[in-house]
Ligand binder design. Structure first.
Ligand code: UD1
Length: 382
């Protein structure tokens, strides 16, 4: 009999992540695994959600809870309630959650409370900063999970330090979880969609850009968007870098950042940034476009976890606009630098990476087929 899993998606990055496993199921495991997709509705704008289903060929969700935005508690509570009733009627063998968003924690909590095994993909990552909502979500989710799939050896070490065993035998249960270090499904996706992007994306032409003539930047972390001083420091640094190097700055903008820019940036900086033809502030980009922008950028400046790694996959240096990262390997290997929201650190990090030429790219994130490994283990262990 086929095993049934329910996949929870909600925020942009997990919609993207889910495509690797949906693709593996439909091409290799269709006879053994059935996937039911639930969208919590955490992200709802066309360019934050629907575009990814369309262009990445992800099956349309079987359910959409349409929870929308809200405070963390209210948003998560609505999700838990909706998910529980779907789980009770669908009776899956497992609930698969991705990453560290409010949709992740809601899926894990709703499932474990009614004794459905939780499968956590992207387990074990830690920033050691519990003021980030994502850090709380990931720790709690890992400790509710029955199967934990970690993308990196750092993730495996973190889990072992928290008491998980990495080679447990026997049946996996919530009290006897199994941990697998399997590589990163986003590496699977980047390899797969890189080719599709090369043939389909026209973003460079549309923006009038040539390869290596621009910086790609994204800013959406609440600590960078909701604290006016941090936002000012970041934009001021980007403006100075642009001015100094002549590189353009391409900024696909999260709705939250867009609404806060006008409200919070000093009038002078807002004016400079919004009227400069070298600052290309564009709507959030689809995955094919963002890959094309990443592959052709001179350097990437971001607070996104996903973009940090994709910078590495596409051999681009990266200035990280955060005080710490879960993806420590790329910093330890000299491919990225942590600059927080400090203008001085951003400028210094940029200068260092802009001048550097001796980058190396070891295989830190697996072999590009983490999704098949995960499907095998779900079939074996649940
Ligand atoms: C969420 C995740 C974050 C992830 C990010 C990716 C949590 C705690 N955070 O952050 O880890 O990196 O998604 O994008 O789950 N908004 C819109 N349209 C939308 C969605 C959001 O306008 O489609 C605006 C709303 O004003 C909303 C704000 O963005 O209040 C923040 O959205 P939310 O989903 O709460 O968190 P993100 O910052 O997107």
């Amino acid at each position: 009999m086929k095993k049934k899993i329910i996949t929870i998606v909600g925020a942009r990055p997990q919609i993207i992540k889910s495509s690797a496993i949906s693709r593996a199921i439909s091409t290799k495991f269709n006879e053994q695994l059935e996937e039911v997709i639930v969208h919590t509705g955490q992200h709802y704008d066309e360019n934050m959600s629907a575009v990814f289903f369309d262009e990445m060929g992800i099956p349309q969700p079987n359910y959409n809870l349409n929870v929308g935005s809200g405070t963390h508690g209210a948003q998560t509570a609505k999700m838990i309630e909706g998910l529980e009733s779907i789980f009770l009627s669908e009776k899956p063998n497992g609930v698969l959650v991705y990453g560290d968003t409010n949709s992740t924690i809601a899926g894990a909590l709703a499932a474990i409370k009614i004794h459905i095994p939780v499968i956590h993909v992207e387990a074990g990552l830690r920033s050691f900063n519990k003021s980030m909502p994502e850090e709380v979500n990931r720790i709690a989710c890992d400790h509710m999970s029955t199967l934990l799939f970690t993308p990196t050896s750092t993730g495996l070490d973190n889990l072992k330090r928290e008491g998980f065993l990495d080679n447990s035998e026997g049946k996996a249960t919530a009290d006897h979880p199994k941990v697998y270090h399997c590589g990163d499904i986003m590496y699977d996706n980047s390899l797969y969609f890189s080719e599709v992007s090369s043939s389909k994306s026209t973003i460079l032409k549309d923006l009038g850009l040539t390869p290596s003539s621009y910086i790609l930047s994204t800013i959406h972390r609440d600590s960078n968007t909701d604290i006016a001083e941090n936002m000012e420091q970041i934009f001021s640094a980007l403006f100075e870098i642009q001015d100094k190097t002549g590189l353009a700055v391409v900024l696909p903008i999260h709705p939250r950042t867009k609404s806060k820019m006008k409200e919070q940036l000093s009038a002078e900086l807002y004016q400079k940034v919004s009227t400069s033809d070298k600052f290309k502030i564009i709507p959030p980009a689809g995955f094919l476009d963002i890959i094309s922008l990443e592959k052709n950028a001179r350097i990437i400046v971001t607070d996104s976890g996903g973009l940090q790694k994709e910078a590495f996959f596409f051999k681009k240096p990266c200035v990280i606009l955060r005080p710490q990262t879960e993806w420590v390997e790329i910093v330890n290997n000299g491919n990225a630098l942590l600059a927080d929201a400090s203008k001085t650190k951003i400028l210094d990090s940029f200068d260092t990476l802009y001048a550097k030429t001796d980058f190396t790219y070891p295989e830190l994130y697996g072999d590009g087929d983490a999704a098949s490994f995960i499907c095998h283990k779900i079939l074996e262990d649940l």
